[in-house]
Ligand binder design. Sequence first.
Ligand SMILES: C[S@@+](CC[C@H](N)C(=O)[O-])C[C@H]1O[C@@H](n2cnc3c(N)ncnc32)[C@H](O)[C@@H]1O
Length: 318
Amino acid sequence: MNCPDQNTYPNLSKLIFEILSLWPEHERYLEKSFSCRDIHLLRHSERLSAMIMRLSHTIDGGLTTLAADYRFLCEQIVLPEELYFRRNGRYRLTKFEDALNTVYSDNVFMTRYMNGLLMSDVMWVNHCRGLQHYTEKFLPSLDAGSDLLEIGPGHGLLLFLATEASHIGSVSAWDVSQTSLAMSQHALETLGATRQVKFEARNIFDASILDEARAGLFDAVVLSEVLEHLEQPEQAIRVLLHLCKPSGRVWINVPANSPAPDHLYLVNKPQQAEQLVRDVGFNVIDTAHFPMTGVTLDRAIKQQLTVTCIIVGEKPMQ
Ligand SMILES: C[S@@+](CC[C@H](N)C(=O)[O-])C[C@H]1O[C@@H](n2cnc3c(N)ncnc32)[C@H](O)[C@@H]1O
């Protein structure tokens, strides 16, 4: 494969090398994923790869484990769900309780799943472009001193990127899972975050979040790869509206047509998710659609293939 230059992109080259050593058949896919990246996206890929390399030093088996878990994600986790989706036109699960019993409560499986997803943030071009939009477009668009909340930070990469944006005033993080919170905290420590993050164990559906005391607390609320895991996506967007100050912004990243064992809410077309955000009361001020590796946006929409959908909503002044 025509790899990104090793001297310019040393960390990215190491990740690719490790994956191909373990899984040579993946070369064609990676060729497609990297040949379409311009210099800005390659630099962004290198920045993320450097973060993943640092995290790999704290994982048993290091980069080899991450590469193996990435392969496990593609072949054992996503592929069976993809086949189900193609046959039935829907995701396999619709109830949170079933995802809890079969996925979230299996610690070994969850660790491999999360490790694989971490690698996908560089290897899958739609994931990489989504993070680029967040880092290079959304964060810089926020006013100096903005209070930012991320709900469901998981692996913690977005949270770390927020702490690196010096104009952001404060960074908070809520997650329903103690394991995810611990993972995010660990990532911030490992990556050397120089700012404090206020962590809280919270379910987005906690009735207490809708208390007056929590109304209008934040200038920015981030919900990345969470909406598709929820049984009541509309209620979640209502909570975001409640938490935003007037003119506050949300950055929502939700995939369309993205089967996974814990995905419950199926978005068929990017416009469907945008309409949901509008219906709840946000003005949609920016959108971006990034198709999966190797296909155009038109083809992805026609054939119901995965598209990463980014929606930036702004709460009206009154
Ligand atoms: C797939 S991870 C997303 C990680 C990261 N934000 C990203 O973009 O890759 C989903 C996260 O949402 C959290 N989560 C799921 N349901 C939630 C809820 N009801 N309230 C708060 N967090 C939730 C999970 O614990 C997990 O950390």
